[in-house]
Write a protein that binds this ligand. Structure first.
Ligand code: PMT
Length: 222
């Protein structure tokens, strides 16, 4: 049996893509499968934490014993997280791939091809940064983000750690086709302000167990 040492703690974890409507039938999204975030939710729950999983659209079943809240857009994700953390959570993990932009105005009817132009322009506006907002609002004692990067992975991750006010950031090289988005395996580097850890490449579920342990150890030193 797994030790229930996280009993009494509340962890809030985001997972999957967001889906930003263009019109009633189209949307902007990305390749996140939710596997990484769901594995983290299962690993924290297995150690006794009460887990709220705020999830974009995925093919996955909610892990046993985890409370899942399903959302579509980044704005909905932010509201659902705030609601889950009215009482501050112990840990927040942002594993979701949140769309940085949404339509300025969602068309109320299906957009039509116009006969006279081969081009089409969509006007987008910035979405709220879910994790940076929650971090500013002190909604969790320990804030953990991911950084999906295709180049200068560590440097960009470090700057996100600072800019978004996080305790830890999990840097993911998404230029590699053998890890990251939609794969069953992943390899990451975890960074704090002054330390860094690189667990081996392994299944997302094995990695999630190690990440939950790392976060738990970091929490105890805070
Ligand atoms: O879902 P899988 O297929 O298993 O793939 C896992 C993953 C590659 C999606 C995951 O490991 C990962 O890297 N997730 C973060 C993806 C991402 O959007 O990274 P980012 O570098 O753009 O964002 C940095 C951090 O800010 C993330 O914690 C993200 O959740 C958060 N963010 C970003 C934009 C935004 N508007 N709001 C946010 O909260």
């Amino acid at each position: 049996p797994i030790q229930q040492d996280l009993a009494g703690q509340h962890w809030v974890i985001t997972a999957g893509p967001t889906m930003e409507a263009i019109d009633p039938v189209r949307y902007i999204s990305n390749h996140s499968s939710g596997k990484m975030g769901y594995a983290l939710a299962a690993a924290a729950q297995a150690r006794g934490a009460s887990v709220t999983l705020v999830s974009g659209p995925t093919q996955l079943d909610a892990p046993q014993g985890v409370k899942r809240i399903e959302i579509k857009s980044a704005e909905d994700m932010l509201s659902a997280c705030r609601e889950a953390m009215v009482k501050p959570a112990d840990v927040f993990i942002g594993a979701a791939a949140v769309a940085d932009f949404r339509m300025k105005e969602v068309a109320s009817q299906k957009m039509k091809k116009t006969g006279d132009s081969d081009e089409m322009q969509l006007t987008l506006v910035k979405n709220p940064d879910v994790i940076a907002t929650l971090s500013q609002e002190n909604t969790a004692k320990c804030m953990v983000g991911f950084a999906a990067e295709t180049q200068d992975v560590i440097a960009y991750a470090k700057s996100k750690l600072e800019r978004k006010g996080l305790d830890l950031i999990i840097a993911n090289d998404v230029s590699r086709t053998d890890i990251g988005f939609n794969n069953d395996e992943n390899q990451v580097t975890v960074l704090s302000k002054d330390q860094q850890w690189t667990p081996p490449k392994e299944s997302k579920s094995a990695l999630a167990i190690e990440l939950v342990e790392l976060i738990t150890q970091y929490q105890s030193t805070k």
